[in-house]
Design a protein around this ligand. Structure first.
Ligand SMILES: C[S@@+](CC[C@H](N)C(=O)[O-])C[C@H]1O[C@@H](n2cnc3c(N)ncnc32)[C@H](O)[C@@H]1O
Length: 281
């Protein structure tokens, strides 16, 4: 079967980025965002799971978050599922190097087929981080398919691109056409990336309800500091952000972000929206 044009574009985009993708670890803004995500996962997710939980990293890319869970929970086992062979290759090397290759399986595929491909398997936790549900063809259907792979009581955790942040970002870089488009829940940050699905609270609530999932927590972050143009690239950092996040101020901003993460109504300010949902037991 011929691959649909959009999936081909997405795969090409990530194939080109695979080798240097982990360089985001050198950008202070993303280090801050990852520290917040890791904290949220420890507090709201790992604490709610059995020690030997089984996870599905949907659109797992270079395995940055498979690695997090495998290392935080040494009795966990997982499947990393991704469209892009080049991303998976980096993830496999990371698993071997960090000593958890025997606990993780790597599957190349389109999330449009995940229900079929992983039929018969079940997971305590499924997660999709950093725009994965931006890039699938039909996110509402993908959520239903992934929900079908969860055990009763299992968790689906998402970190999703926001309608409002995308509109703000495009206005900030002078791209008013893209900002207007973002309000239709489609958009992008640069003209070299494929269009993504974008999310707001209403869409999140509706898509989870339609998949039979109950939302345990819905917030967003970072809320008090936003990325610049350089942070949409794999290299380089916006000078002003480096100035702000250099030295001790990094920890102070991080502490403020942690303080407001669960503030009622904060979700809409976040660069990304963070959702913890549960398949009813
Ligand atoms: C921005 S990366 C995020 C990777 C990883 N989740 C992380 O947080 O580091 C998005 C990933 O989604 C994958 N992806 C995009 N569309 C997909 C699809 N239809 N099926 C499976 N994976 C997909 C890409 O190959 C890429 O690795």
């Amino acid at each position: 079967m011929t691959e649909p044009t959009y999936e081909k574009e997405v795969r090409g985009y990530f194939a080109d980025k695979a080798e240097a993708y982990d360089d985001v670890d050198l950008q202070p803004y993303w280090v801050l965002s990852d520290r917040l995500l890791a904290d949220a996962l420890r507090e709201d997710v790992i604490s709610a799971l059995p020690e030997d939980f089984a996870f599905l990293d949907a659109g797992g890319g270079t395995g940055r978050w498979t690695s997090f869970f495998a290392q935080e929970a040494p009795r966990s086992t997982g499947v990393l599922f991704d469209l892009t062979r080049e991303m998976i290759k980096v993830a496999e090397a990371k698993a071997a190097e960090r000593g958890f290759a025997d606990r993780v399986r790597f599957v190349q595929g389109d999330l449009a087929d995940v229900g079929e491909t992983l039929r018969g398997e079940s997971f305590d936790l499924a997660f999709n981080f950093h725009n994965v549900l931006g890039f699938v063809a039909d996110p509402e259907q993908t959520i239903k398919d992934v929900a079908g792979l969860l055990k009763p009581g299992g968790l689906l955790v998402s970190f999703l691109p926001s309608v409002w942040h995308t509109a703000w970002f495009n206005i900030a870089v002078g791209n008013i056409d893209e900002a207007e488009k973002a309000l239709t829940r489609r958009g992008r940050f640069t003209d070299t990336m494929p269009d993504m699905h974008l999310y707001d609270v209403q869409r999140i609530e509706e898509m989870h309800a339609a998949a039979g999932l109950e939302i345990d927590a819905l917030s967003g972050f970072p809320n008090l500091i936003y990325p610049g143009y350089q942070e949409t690239q794999l290299h380089g950092s916006t000078e002003q952000l480096v100035d702000i996040l250099a030295g001790d101020d990094f920890e102070r901003v991080l502490a403020m972000e942690k303080r407001v993460r669960k503030a009622p109504g904060i979700a809409g300010r976040g660069n990304n929206l963070f959702v913890v949902a549960r398949r009813p037991a």
